[in-house]
Design a protein around this ligand. Structure first.
Ligand code: ADP
Ligand code: MG
Length: 326
């Protein structure tokens, strides 16, 4: 009997090494809240890895922030209208992915939205006037971004061209961090940057739970259980101002240069954050009907949309789950 108890306790010890614990870090990076949480049985390594995640986020921010005059992307924006600009393979590849999303969404996702986007200041309540918009609109077209993959250069085919990776860079960064953790042998972790979250494994033997916010009041409308998956939410409540009863926010319709207003939030679930990030922005712009059609023809991808009446809409795969578990 006693021996049995000892064997059982020894077994427990071996299953749960004494030092195993969760390690967490949070920081403000990329203009948003970044957080990482991971399970490790080596305290020094667990702590070091949370720092490596934050360092990787900072590295990508230095590369891709349009707020930094010395970032690669700022150099592109300053020079690519007059000559091809040499960029890192990493930036080139990400821009290539962004352009592929433009093709896939028929231009709803378009990094050249920035020609109009640069005239908005959400904190100060400033939007472009009619003249600024008229000048910006002809420059918004992803087909004006020309990549030379062989020489790793980028060129804008039109004056006034400008790009911003705000709709895809955070997702890319989250994927990079998850890969970093997986490469270090971590099997249970969560990395999130603002509205983009990806999880590995579980949390205390259960799926991770990621909340979808109510777009108009404090609180969560839905908790989504996730294992080895990514979720991104785009909402009109993150960066915005209201003027004469109209909401001006940071997701723009590339066709008009005005904020997209058919939905209040779009959440996408998939395997990689780079995809869920680009798709959440895209579906926000496309609206309920076209957005759901896009997601329903995209493999391993689901959507939850809250429209501008507060109604929830689900992609086909989720609608089946919701119907069976009301
Ligand atoms: P968040 O940045 O709050 O996580 P999103 O992932 O939806 O939200 O990204 C919004 C950002 O995407 C904007 O701040 C802007 O940088 C960029 N953006 C806005 N409109 C578009 C668009 N039509 N296509 C591509 N990127 C866009
Ligand atoms: Mg996005």
């Amino acid at each position: 009997m006693r021996n049995n108890v000892i064997t059982f306790l020894l077994g427990l010890l071996l299953t749960f090494p004494v030092h195993a614990d969760w390690y967490r870090e949070e920081a403000a990076i990329m203009g948003t809240a970044v957080s990482v949480e991971l399970w490790s049985d080596k305290p020094a390594e667990g702590r070091a890895l949370t720092q490596s995640v934050l360092d990787e986020m900072r590295r990508i921010d230095r590369l891709m922030s349009t707020w930094r005059a010395d970032s690669e992307i700022s150099r592109v924006n300053a020079q690519a209208a007059s000559r091809p600009v040499t960029v890192s393979r990493e930036l080139l590849t990400l821009i290539e992915r962004a352009l592929a999303y433009s093709v896939m969404t028929d231009g709803a996702f378009d990094i050249t939205y920035a020609s109009a986007g640069k005239h908005y200041d959400y904190r100060a309540g400033i939007k472009p006037d009619a003249g600024q918009l008229a000048e910006a609109l002809p420059a918004i077209d992803y087909r004006h971004v020309s990549l030379d993959k062989h020489n790793a250069t980028i060129r804008f085919l039109r004056e006034g061209g400008r790009i911003d990776l705000g709709g895809i860079a955070k997702g890319y960064a989250v994927d990079r961090c998850i890969e970093l953790l997986a490469g270090a042998g971590i099997t249970h972790a969560l990395v999130s940057a603002g509205g983009d979250t990806r999880v590995m494994g579980k949390r205390w033997q259960r799926p991770w739970q990621v909340g979808i916010r109510d777009p108009r009041k404090d609180g969560i409308v839905s908790m989504i259980p996730l294992e080895d998956a990514a979720i991104s939410t785009s909402g009109d409540y993150e960066r915005y101002f209201d003027q004469a009863g109209v909401r001006y926010h940071h997701i723009l319709n590339p066709g008009t240069g005005d904020s997209a207003r058919e939905v209040h939030s779009a959440s996408i679930i998939g395997n990689h954050s780079i995809d869920t990030d680009a798709l959440s922005t895209s579906v926000f712009v496309l609206g309920v009907e076209k957005g759901l059609a896009l997601i329903n023809r995209t493999a391993d991808t689901e959507a939850i949309i809250i429209d501008n009446h507060g109604l929830m809409h689900y992609s086909d795969g989720l609608a089946r789950v919701v119907k069976n578990n009301p």
